[in-house]
Design a binder for this molecule. Structure first.
Ligand code: UDP
Length: 338
């Protein structure tokens, strides 16, 4: 059953801060529901972007991606460093709103109001398992469909098939997990054909929901170290992104903001809202070990374990050996293994 958008939704206005040329919306946590409701109830297609430092790095080198972000209906702040930079600039962003936040809030609203959600992307079977997890967290949530497309560049026939599938599912929200910039550029290219009121690229969210990859502990997310946790999970894929692409942007962003700060910019006040109680409960449930789901062992840990086993074999069972330096430094774990 549909409800008339509430007064808060009707009064939403964008309030943005420019970070190295990328405009990011200052969205308070307690406005997430209102934005989702407003987009869905409008019936018109909208694109939401979940921006982080990497988005800024890619946008600077790739004008079509910069255009996607500039023309999005909403650009939420998915990365802690963007929040730090905005604060230094004097326009603090009240909350980090991640892809996971968008999906969980949409699932909660779906359970309450019957909004339909479509999950598109990730490896075969992952979107489907993510949908099952959402149904465990919000049992009345409406899943309009799931689809994991083939890897690599999509052929025109595959694009047409996906658009048709989503249209036929008559979904209210479409979450796309193809990694950035692919997911966001795909949404932009098909937004008018899809005619879905809320389309958002959400990166690795289905993997987290399905238990394929573990999300960083809350304290790491809050301290701005989620990237480091993800790096230990998928080092071969992510080292280039974080260390080569994003680190220089981090320094450029912060040097610029520090200069502004010393020029005397005073931060505007910012209201911080607590996490939504239902979403908080869902996050806590997801944090617990889940039966039936094999939590992926990190490649770095596997690599460390193999090295330790190999050295143990060469030293004999009585030998006490040290963990390889690389693994010890990365995991910050005790230095002796018996
Ligand atoms: N992915 C995909 N097809 C592709 C590239 C990526 O389905 O061609 C999926 C991948 O399996 C993962 C998701 O996109 O589930 C998010 O990728 P990534 O981790 O790069 O996103 P991030 O969260 O880092 O933005």
């Amino acid at each position: 059953m549909r409800v008339v958008p509430n007064a808060a939704a009707a009064q939403l206005t964008r309030d943005r801060v420019a970070l190295l040329g990328t405009q990011v919306d200052r969205v308070p946590r307690d406005a997430i529901d209102a934005w989702i409701t407003a987009f869905i109830e409008s019936g018109q297609p909208h694109q939401v972007v979940t921006a982080n430092l990497d988005f800024i790095a890619v946008a600077r080198k790739r004008p079509p991606f910069a255009k996607v972000i500039a023309e999005a209906a909403l650009v939420v702040c998915d990365g802690k460093p963007l929040q730090w930079a905005a604060r230094l600039q004097g326009s603090p962003i009240p909350a980090r709103v991640t892809g996971m936040d968008l999906v969980l809030h949409a699932a909660k609203l779906s359970a309450a109001r019957g909004y339909r959600l479509f999950l598109l992307g990730a490896a075969p079977g992952v979107a489907e398992r993510a949908a099952l997890e959402l149904l465990k967290l919000f049992p009345s949530c409406e899943i309009a469909g799931t689809y994991s497309p083939p890897k690599g560049e999509f052929s025109p026939a595959e694009n047409a098939r996906m658009v048709e599938m989503v249209r036929a599912a008559r979904t209210d929200a479409l979450f796309v997990a193809l990694g950035a910039p692919k997911q966001d550029e795909w949404i932009k290219a098909h937004l008018e054909e899809l005619q879905v009121p809320l389309c958002a690229g959400i990166g690795g969210v289905f993997n987290f929901l399905a238990g394929e990859t573990r999300r960083a502990p809350v304290w790491m997310q809050q301290a701005g170290f989620e990237w480091a946790f993800r790096l230990t999970q998928e080092p071969s894929r992510l080292w280039r992104r974080y260390l080569i692409n994003d680190l220089p942007i981090f320094f450029e962003l912060f040097m610029g903001q520090l200069a502004n700060r010393s020029a005397g910019t005073t931060p505007r006040p910012v209201a911080a809202a607590p996490l939504d109680t239902e979403v908080l409960a869902a996050l806590e449930l997801m944090d617990r070990p889940r039966s039936g789901i094999v939590q992926a062992t990190t490649p770095l840990r596997r690599f460390g374990a193999q090295r330790v086993r190999a050295r143990r074999r060469s030293l004999g069972s009585a030998g006490r050996i040290r963990r390889p330096v690389l693994v010890r430094a990365a995991l910050r774990s005790p230095s002796r293994v018996s």
